[in-house]
Ligand binder design. Sequence first.
Ligand SMILES: [Zn+2]
Length: 417
Amino acid sequence: MGGRLTLINSVLDALPIYMMSLFPIPPGVTKRLDSIRRKFLWQGNKEMKGFHLVKWKSVITGKKNGGLGIKNLNLQSKALQMKWLWKYANGNQLLWERVIEAKYIPEDKWMTKEVTTPYGVSLWRSIRNLWDEVKNNSKVKVFDGRKTMFWKDNWHEKGNLEELFPDVYNLVTFQQGFIADLWTPQGWNFNFRRHLNDWEVQRVADFLNTVEPFNGLQTGKDVLWWTGNNRGVYKVSRAYKLMDQTNQQIKNWPWKQIWKSRIPYKVSCFVWLLAKEAALTQDNVMKRGITLCSRCFLCGETLENVNHLFLHCKYTQQLWRIFLSHKGISWTMPGKVSEALKSWEEAGVLAKDRGRWRLIPASIWWAIWKERNSRCFESIENSVQKVKLNCILLLCFWCNQLYSNDTVSIIDVLDSI
Ligand SMILES: [Zn+2]
């Protein structure tokens, strides 16, 4: 699965980018592309139907949020199209910008009005619909003040002034004024429609205090400053992440332990499946309508599910004990794999090398899964001693890959953890 995931992320997701950056992707096309990617992820090129172990919605969220980081095409398409809006707002009078400008009615100096014509295919219509999303993640940075409307644009650090001081806004003349019109070398210059009433004076004073700290105008055009990063420049990948984060977040998801641990990628994918409790243990097979008489292959005492097989089975416990007793750590086994990953990390504060300590759960789980499968599919049973050895050898192998000039001896590796 690791290899297929890499392939999806690097190739299949990149293919439609050019198209997506201009056109909103029709729902039918997303559906078809998703079905191709989904099928490829779970069954590869095999003809045989593979089980889809985790819901697609969850697969296409970011790794930090519990997914596999496969791109959500709708979000990706949005993020790509939003870039045009950001570019347009910061106009450089490129040809395409002038065409848009000539064809559509401007709303202000940043954007055209929404496109409402019902006929024809309007590229700009669908792109323009995303303007609010861009605006909500941007601020205006004032230079010469000629593009920025004092009341309407979001340029003040406290926020939109019309919304902050609606009462004062109603009192002033020239509500559509630009900063360049209202700023003079002597300071702000506001005119009021009428004399202020006593009770309005305090509000106006508050307002003036708020806008008073202003550095004055500078040369250069006002710019739309993207707040998604420090440099103010719109980045598709960052915008995608921002939108992805608002989707769903799983509390305490151990993404670092899964993806930042220096284990082979296919093992990371396997650990992810375990943390999702979605590996093909017998309970999950039965959920897919296949009848089995479920018994744990290792202890034979209870039903087989992910949390039993990898955490609580008395056979598996013996593997955990190698490391715990070696370090003299007492550790209570949590109920779930995802909790175990977090809790193992915390138990590792006493470890000499936390990077190595972090490899241990994966080495246990990989060894257990191999043994379980050899019992299940080949009817070959190995002694627990052999499986322990396999687990330690695997750990040594990973450690030696990490630190190439290390000694290979098992004892050395165990001591170094
Ligand atoms: Zn068991």
